[in-house]
Ligand binder design. Structure first.
Ligand SMILES: [Zn+2]
Ligand SMILES: [Zn+2]
Ligand SMILES: [Zn+2]
Length: 136
């Protein structure tokens, strides 16, 4: 388990420090995006700055992508297709008003934007509603 995570971090040119392994492990267990405070709640002993830096490093290395929600960022693991040069996460992010969880909806993908004369660096596709769990 720990070895797997080490491999995954190394594959994205990130040295597997113990903090990074712990944060990765936590994110891997979640199906939903987590904010800095959510991650912090799992690590009483680590300070907020260290966790913040870990998440920022992960984002730079293509390990996680962030979702802006009101004034907070939430983080969720990327697929293997992302790396430090480019993220490929142009799918819909869905926020449930009932459970307040944010998830990736990869069935909604934006069309390719590379053949235009202008350059798009980021597109945000964000929806609010009620998730399948809460609709039951
Ligand atoms: Zn990504
Ligand atoms: Zn819900
Ligand atoms: Zn996503």
């Amino acid at each position: 388990m720990k070895k797997d995570i080490e491999q995954k971090l190394l594959a994205k040119n990130t040295s597997p420090t113990s903090m990074r392994i712990l944060v990765y492990e936590l994110l891997e267990q979640q199906q939903v995006a987590m904010s800095l405070s959510d991650v912090e709640r799992h690590f009483y002993k680590a300070d907020r700055v260290t966790i913040y830096r870990t998440l920022k490093t992960f984002e730079e290395k293509g390990i996680v992508h962030s979702i802006q929600e009101n004034n907070t960022s939430k983080y969720i693991l990327c697929h293997d297709a992302c790396d430090s040069k480019m993220h490929n996460d142009s799918h819909l992010h869905f926020y449930c008003k009932v459970c307040q969880e944010t998830t990736c909806k990869e069935e909604f993908i934006l069309p390719s934007v590379s053949d235009h004369k202008y350059r798009i660096d980021e597109i945000k596709l964000f929806a609010k509603g009620v998730c399948e769990k809460c609709l039951k």
